[in-house]
Design a protein. Structure first.
Length: 133
């Protein structure tokens, strides 16, 4: 199901300079997965042709060690056009689509994906306005 994210007032008031998205995904199953993260101001992001799409692949667990995707050293950077599209309204939504790369029956009830995601947002403040306050 889509998840709602509010757009802070500061982001609407000041121009965005950068939006960096970080993901750490741990996969304990013997199956690999392709994930697509959809970001959109539309209520159902997967149905929005203009949605921002972020695609990643997660390796399967091997030898008791989980497969891991970690981009903390190389974040996903959204363009200014993508940022403007996402922050035009009061909120935007995210939705994740999974594509299983395994043989049917390989995944058990004990297997899981653990997803941690966060963003760094940089805005440009008008220094002269700040000093006047």
């Amino acid at each position: 199901d889509p998840k709602e994210m509010e757009v802070p007032e500061d982001i609407k008031e000041y121009p965005l300079q950068a939006f960096l998205m970080y993901l750490v995904v741990k996969n304990t199953s013997p199956a690999g997965f392709d994930l697509t993260v959809y970001l959109s101001p539309e209520l159902v992001p997967v149905n929005d042709e203009d949605a921002v799409k972020i695609r990643i692949s997660i390796a399967p667990a091997e030898g008791g060690e989980p497969g891991v995707f970690d981009n903390t050293d190389d974040p996903i950077i959204l363009t200014t056009a993508q940022l403007a599209y996402l922050t035009n309204d009061d909120r935007f939504y995210n939705q994740i689509e999974f594509e299983n790369q395994s043989v049917p029956g390989e995944i058990t009830d004990e297997d899981y994906l653990e997803i941690h995601a966060w963003a760094q947002v940089d805005v440009l403040l008008n220094k002269k306005e700040e000093e006047a306050d």
